[in-house]
Ligand binder design. Structure first.
Ligand code: 3H9
Length: 692
């Protein structure tokens, strides 16, 4: 059932019932119209209340239907709202929990609205790359005023209902039981005629042209590659400048255009990708979890400190263990400074500052962390060092504690085998800066307990991360793919590019930072260390030696004041380096390579398709459960442009056949072996299919 119809005295109650959030899919829309017909045909019914069952009034149009004919099938949301607005009997929306998007638009079509406090009210369509397409841009500014209406539509951010209590959006705030209040209200207005309609409200804003122009300028400057925010402004402008019906028509046209854009498809993909990532087929939602009431982190370096902050931010006490008092004090000092900076920016109150700093303590003794529910090791990336730490943890930690490693490349199964409790061991790979970056790669070892995995997924939500599960392999999902990207970046230098040219091309594509600026930020010595291991373990894999030559020059990046670029003291700006460019040109000459001019298109394709091909292997091997998981890793941890939806989604939009064709072209060049399409990619391309 998608909506229930009941009569309560003289009031018909239509209750949307389409879990999880009463999305207004076709069946629900039909059920609302059926309910309205029944109510209008029943002489005993004098008024109607519309509400939602469960945890929402309504979360809006059913986004899953967007690409199907059902989205346009009658009754559309427009039809539903017209039926309600034109009803000869008063219709009251009883709003609680969530009224978003089409859900709020439906409520705006009602003659009256009664709300419970604490409900989240929003027109969040812009976050999906679209705009409210069922009258929201025309009606919300009529009840909230031009400025507030526009702000809510352009930002998409939810506002608690009580903050809107004094606006024309709500006729009444329910103090006690919402349904009781809504029924009483409906009885009270049962005989009121004519019925008030939001469409009839006039927007009174004397200098609206000046305000709209200001909004256009501001929004244009802030919306980057996304077209929706500016279209939102245009639609709201129509609410002031056009007659209501023309405004609705204009809004509809903009909506239809935006739904088709790749940017919107990418945002919808990310919306569902984020939710899908937390689902593991053999770990159902009701899998028992372990309580995490306290945590410990081994290592007070940048990573350890950042990880600890996540726990403190979530209200979980955390102890950091270090070997030496000096290192411990330094680490705790950095954390304090970080919080102080946040407080100075006004993003943390002094009370919260004290509370968070107070939740993080330090120790030099393993015995003092023994009772923690979870311990995360963030020590040097060396299997010998990890062995020592995990053997010690196995010795001291209480039974049932989760033993996690923040390793970014090492074998979690091997690490688990250092203990007598491999079921309690898991990889929790945070990304630097760990208190900021959204991604948490959750590495499931062969023997990781299902309850441990379920707990890690739950924990990722608690600490506001996007948790993505990865199987065990060298580098897991993210770093295994980035290695192929970095290899191509290195080859491009040998063949004719400068670091600046590569960075600029990929940043123009939309990456937050190109590979060389990124290397300078993260520290080029980290990759050097990993490559040295690879030269022994996988001698068959070829790398450009430019990065090694750079490290031999001591140019580890920003931390040494020089890397791929030059830096000035106290300035993070990257300046192209003559010394480095000379080194690169000499290296090409030493290899006998005639340097050539390389187009931005080739740079982008080689970097991105290298990711895609490795992603296809990862998917095929089951290291990632789904293509969208890979996309979430790249969107939340590697600065892949959101408007392109992640590497796998991007490849889908390019067309896998086109991807393979480009790869065949590059296979004829140097290191052509890197361009052999992964079997899954080749198969999907041949079948005309996509990853997602
Ligand atoms: C719109 O309305 C267009 C109109 O203007 C014009 C039309 C012509 N559709 O987030 P959660 C699913 S556009 C389909 O984990 P929470 C979600 O996928 C829409 N499914 O829960 C997940 O499914 P699963 C404008 C939806 O409690 C489950 O619900 N509306 C929709 O943390 C739970 O989601 C929005 O953009 C939907 N509209 O948060 C609202 N919404 O369990 C987007 C949710 O299978 N939604 N699902 O993975 C949200 O912001 C949050 O989901 C909400 C609940 C706050 C509602």
């Amino acid at each position: 059932m998608t909506a229930e119809y009941k009569v309560n005295g003289a009031v018909a109650v239509i209750t949307l019932n389409n879990p999880p959030v009463n999305g207004l899919g076709h069946a629900t829309r039909s059920a609302i119209v059926d309910g309205m017909k029944k109510a209008l045909n029943d002489d005993a019914v004098k008024a109607v209340v519309i509400t939602g069952a469960g945890k929402a009034f309504s979360g809006g149009a059913d986004i899953k239907e967007f690409n199907s004919p059902k989205a346009m099938a009658e009754p559309t949301l427009h039809t539903v709202i017209n039926v309600i607005e034109n009803s000869t009997k008063p219709v009251v929306a009883a709003i609680h929990s969530v009224a978003m998007g089409g859900g709020l638009e439906l409520a705006l079509g009602c003659h009256y609205r009664v709300a419970a406090p604490g409900a989240q009210i929003a027109l969040p369509e812009v976050k999906l790359g679209i705009l409210p397409g069922a009258g929201g841009t025309q009606r919300l500014p009529r009840v909230l005023g031009l400025e507030m209406g526009l702000n809510m539509i352009v930002s998409g951010n939810p506002v608690p209902s009580e903050k809107l209590a004094k606006t024309a959006l709500f006729n009444e705030m329910a103090e006690g039981d919402l349904m009781e209040a809504a029924l009483a209200f409906a009885n009270k207005v049962a005989d009121v005629r004519p019925l008030p309609k939001v469409r009839d409200i006039k927007i009174d804003y004397p200098n609206y042209e000046g305000f709209l122009q200001f909004s256009r300028n501001t929004v244009k400057a802030m919306s980057g590659p996304f077209p929706a925010p500016l279209k939102c402004v245009e639609a709201v402008a129509a609410a002031v400048t056009m007659k209501f019906d023309d405004g609705i028509k204009f809004e509809r046209e903009l909506f239809v255009d935006l739904v088709q854009t790749t940017e919107s498809k990418a945002l919808r993909h990310a919306f569902f990708g984020e939710r899908a990532a937390s689902k593991v087929p053999d770990v159902p939602d009701d899998t028992p979890t372990r309580a995490i009431k306290s945590a410990a982190v081994i290592g007070a370096g940048t990573m350890g400190g950042g990880i600890a902050m996540n726990f403190a931010n979530a209200g979980i006490p955390v102890k950091i263990l270090e070997m030496k008092q000096e290192a411990l004090e330094k680490g705790l000092g950095v954390i304090r400074k970080n919080y102080e900076n946040t407080m100075k920016k006004g993003k943390l109150t002094p009370e919260k500052f004290e509370q968070r700093v107070g939740l993080i303590t330090g120790t030099l003794s393993y015995e003092e962390i023994a009772q923690a529910d979870i311990v995360i090791e963030a020590v040097f990336e060396d299997i010998g060092v990890k062995e020592q730490v995990f053997k010690k943890l196995d010795e001291v930690m209480k039974q049932g504690a989760i033993l996690a490693s923040n390793t970014s490349t090492l074998d979690v199964n091997k690490i688990a085998a250092f203990t007598k409790r491999p079921q309690d061991v898991i990889g929790l790979h945070f990304f630097s800066p760990a208190n900021v970056m959204k991604l948490l790669e959750i590495v499931r070892g062969e023997k990781t307990g299902k309850d441990v995995l379920a707990t890690a997924l739950q924990l990722s939500k608690k600490i506001k991360k996007t948790g993505v599960v990865s199987g065990v392999c060298d580098g897991f999902i993210g770093n295994r793919m980035i290695e192929q990207y970095s290899r191509q970046a290195g080859f491009l230098l040998e063949e004719g590019c400068t670091p600046e040219q590569v960075d600029k091309a990929i940043e123009k594509f939309g990456f937050a930072m190109g590979p060389f600026r990124m290397g300078d930020l993260a520290g080029n010595d980290i990759g050097w260390y990993i490559r040295k291991r690879r030269y022994i373990e996988k001698p068959e894999v070829t790398y450009s030696k430019t990065a090694d030559l750079l490290c031999e020059m001591g140019r580890f990046g920003q931390k040494t004041g020089a890397g791929w670029y030059d830096y000035k003291p106290g300035d993070r700006k990257a300046y192209p380096s003559q010394v480095v460019n000379d080194m690169i040109v000499k290296h090409s000459a030493d290899l006998g390579i005639e340097r050539r001019k390389i187009s931005d298109q080739e740079i982008v394709e080689r970097l991105v398709f290298a990711l895609v091909n490795e992603g296809a292997y990862i998917l095929e091997e089951g290291i990632a459960m789904r293509a969208s998981d890979i996309d979430m890793v790249y969107l939340t941890g590697y600065g892949f442009p959101l408007f392109r939806g992640g590497p796998m989604f991007y490849a889908d939009t390019v067309g896998l056949q086109n991807v393979v064709m480009s790869m065949e072209k590059y296979a004829k060049g140097r290191h052509g072996d890197a361009w052999k399409p992964a079997p899954l990619l080749a198969k999907l391309a041949a079948e005309g299919k996509t990853f997602n």
